[in-house]
Design a protein around this ligand. Sequence first.
Ligand SMILES: CC(C)(COP(=O)(O)OP(=O)(O)OC[C@H]1O[C@@H](n2cnc3c(N)ncnc32)[C@H](O)[C@@H]1OP(=O)(O)O)[C@@H](O)C(=O)NCCC(=O)NCCS
Length: 187
Amino acid sequence: MAFKDNFKEFKSLWVNSGILLRQVDAEGDFDEFEAIWSDSDAFKYYEGYRSKPNAEQIRIILSNEIKGFQKANSYCWTISNSTTNKAMGRIHFNSFENNNTSANIGFFLGREHWGKGIMSMCISPVVEFGFNTLKLERIYTTVEPNNIGSWKALEKNGFLREGLLRHCFVLPDGLHDCYIYSRLYTD
Ligand SMILES: CC(C)(COP(=O)(O)OP(=O)(O)OC[C@H]1O[C@@H](n2cnc3c(N)ncnc32)[C@H](O)[C@@H]1OP(=O)(O)O)[C@@H](O)C(=O)NCCC(=O)NCCS
């Protein structure tokens, strides 16, 4: 199957009976993402987050996630409560490179869902989908060293720390070093 064929039909992934990774619903997920992104302090180690986005910017972000899938540039799941369908956070692949054998993984949860093992559980089916369906060879991401919950969730999913990249993150308070983590299909 050609890489682009994976983007004809969106694949939802079950994490467990209570959590479903499903496609972004730009209208239906608006309120939850507005609440999640209004918590600026929760994103202090998240590269790309500058300040609380306004309603117009949130609409653009959500619709770009859908367009990214349609163009085979990204694969973005809303982490949802399977009973209420409410969004809890997001997990995605983007930056498909090296003949679509390599992808960046990124994720976040609303603060009320932290510390319950949820992201450690969500990473697992996404990585499996990346290797077995998208046929990736390498999945990687960068993490600010103080973002312990993030790199621990990666390590619990078999990601290896490759090193420290100096001054690679631009955060609101300036440049930060970051760890780079990866997992290979062959690991
Ligand atoms: C990073 C984030 C996704 C972690 O999700 P989570 O569901 O809370 O993580 P988990 O509960 O699966 O925790 C994973 C491990 O990290 C530990 N942990 C979680 N938060 C921690 C913290 N603040 N300090 C120390 N350890 C922490 C957990 O105890 C667990 O380890 P254990 O199994 O040995 O007990 C979440 O905090 C978040 O969304 N943060 C804001 C956005 C962000 O920074 N995203 C990542 C960018 S790289």
